[in-house]
Write a protein of this length. Structure first.
Length: 353
């Protein structure tokens, strides 16, 4: 994989470059200490992945990301220290098209290098669709007939749960690579007023979650808070998983963080959360699986569908990485496959429209 790095610290830049060069899969094309001329350098020596320090200034990470993606198709991944709870620089850059943000620990660069390798293997197959990161979406059709859900070989009207006396009022969202932008677009497109409760599980380091809540709140007009142990799902509010464990719903209806499954490579796990909803949430709602690598969330979405939930998978044309939605579709977990721009309005029609 061809890499380029922009980092303001010469010491960190040298250490990161050495760690990446130590892996045979990586070819480090060039490095820079600031983002000036980044677009031109990407054009002259185009990387598959551009690593950008969150703490860049003049131009900052958001400006560098935007300039690069206006002229060059590549995956932009942010790297940095652990930001304070008030920092939203990483998510401003994600709004410009950055795919992910990873903590940069100078004592453990080998782990970062290995993680970038995993991301890169998928991104190099998805880079041709990178313009969709900036909101360019192509139409997509549903994979199932409107209003029908197949459950264990039988079909029944999906709207029955919505039209019953127990109207669903919970929207559960799972996402990974490319997820922050997709979640931002989904929340912004929900019809107002928002009368449902919303819970979000995004694969992200827990210490970056506070910045994400601020970025989402400011950019979408939806009240977004971190889910803490004992939190209750509130109408009109979105709760985001932000701990070191797996967000789960308890039998009492409050949220908690669990250690199990310990062998999950994703913390928090979308599957763990979705399956806890299937067990403990009394009324079927709407569950959405967005862009991301791997299969996390597919089994949980399938379980929710079996329990009468309406389910949506983001379509391939607007997914940065189609792994998680594709796995859900192949499993028969998704009632609808929709471009990201149609997800919010569809939820609104199903729940309060």
């Amino acid at each position: 994989m061809k890499l380029a790095i922009i980092h303001h610290s010469l010491e960190t830049l040298a250490a990161l470059e050495a760690a990446l060069r130590a892996q045979d899969e990586h070819e480090c094309l060039w490095v820079a200490v600031d983002g000036r001329g980044a677009a031109a350098r990407c054009k002259a020596q185009p990387p598959d992945m551009l690593l950008v320090a969150v703490g860049l200034r003049s131009p900052n990470a958001e400006e560098v990301t935007r300039l690069v993606l206006e002229t060059h198709t590549c995956g932009v991944v942010l790297v940095g220290g652990r930001p304070s709870s008030s920092s939203s620089a990483a998510y401003e850059a994600m709004g410009a098209g950055a795919l992910d943000v990873l903590p940069l620990d100078a004592r453990d660069l080998a782990s970062l290098s290995a993680r970038l390798t995993r991301i890169g293997r998928v991104l190099t197959q998805n880079v041709p669709r990178a313009p969709t990161v900036n909101g360019i979406a192509r139409p997509a059709a549903s994979i199932s007939a409107p209003g029908m859900i197949a459950v264990k070989g039988a079909e029944r009207p999906a709207a029955d749960a919505v039209r019953s006396g127990h109207r669903p009022r919970l929207v559960a969202i799972g996402a990974s690579t490319g997820g922050p932008q997709a979640i931002h677009q989904l929340l912004a497109s929900l019809p107002r007023p928002i009368t449902c409760s919303i819970a979000i599980v995004q694969h992200i380091e827990g210490t970056f979650a506070s910045g994400m809540t601020e970025w989402l709140s400011e950019g979408t007009g939806v009240r977004v808070k971190l889910a803490t142990p004992g939190s209750e799902l509130e109408p009109g509010t979105a709760l985001l998983a932000g701990g070191d464990g797996h967000l789960v719903l308890t039998p009492s209806g409050t949220l908690a963080y669990a250690d199990e499954p310990k062998d999950s490579i994703h913390r928090p796990s979308v599957d763990a959360f979705f399956k806890s909803l299937a067990t403990h949430w009394p009324t079927p709602g709407v569950a959405v699986l967005l862009t991301g690598m791997g299969r996390d969330g597919a089994a949980g979405l399938h379980e929710l569908r079996r329990h009468g939930w309406r389910t949506i998978a983001q379509d391939e044309s607007t997914s940065v990485v189609f792994g998680m939605p594709k796995a859900a579709i192949q499993l028969g977990a998704a009632e609808r496959t929709l471009p990201i721009g149609e997800v919010g309005p569809t939820i609104g029609r199903w729940l309060w429209g």
